[in-house]
Write a protein that binds this ligand. Structure first.
Ligand code: GLN
Length: 188
């Protein structure tokens, strides 16, 4: 199983390490053509507006096709990229997840924080950094993790997103869930 990590910007290396720890072969994706070589993709945190600039139109279209057809997991800025609607400010999304998301939704005072949320029913540490908030959840979208009243990780088909940074906690469950999604996709 070969997993790509989009390596244009942001904290891609922590994802690489985590995925390798879990036994996946990792390809750092810097060129759109590399998407043809992988079975699943992680889009890391960073600045979603910068990702859009670096991708350009052709990169965006290629990534859109990938994210709508193959397993893709976005964290934080990656979650923003996967959404169908983005606010604060409005910007394009890949539309792989039918969610509305607001960038930098927690305000300056809580720029970053470590909180305890729930993955399903189990407690899990969550690291938030200038995190977005999922404000609308479409009918086909499943909530897989919550923090207080908020949905913080969701899934729709083969697309998955978290507004926190599971690559910065020791807990490997979220990445495992993504790798399961990739291997189940394989069997079909
Ligand atoms: N604030 C960033 C954005 O809006 C996301 C922050 C992150 O990925 N840690 O794109």
């Amino acid at each position: 199983m070969k997993i790509g990590v989009l390596a244009l910007q942001g904290d891609f290396d922590a994802h690489r390490k985590r995925l390798e720890e879990l036994g996946a072969e990792v390809l750092l994706v810097k060129q759109p053509a590399q998407l043809d070589e992988i079975d699943g993709l992680v889009i890391p945190g960073g600045e979603s507006g910068t990702f859009l600039k670096l991708l350009g139109n052709a990169g965006f279209e290629k990534l859109k096709h990938f994210a709508r057809t193959k397993p893709t997991f976005g964290t934080c800025a990656g979650a923003i990229l996967l959404a169908s609607e983005v606010e604060n400010p409005k910007q394009s999304g890949l539309g792989a997840l039918d969610i509305g998301i607001r960038r930098n939704a927690y305000g300056r005072q809580v720029d970053s924080s470590i909180r305890q949320g729930k993955l399903g029913e189990s407690p899990i540490e969550m690291v938030f950094i200038r995190a977005p908030k999922i404000e609308r959840i479409g009918p086909g979208v499943e909530v897989i993790a919550t923090e207080g009243p908020d949905a913080v990780a969701v899934r729709q088909g083969k697309a998955m997103a978290a507004t926190f940074h599971p690559e910065l906690s020791e807990d490997t469950r979220v990445h495992r869930a993504f790798l399961d999604l990739v291997s189940n996709g394989h069997k079909k």
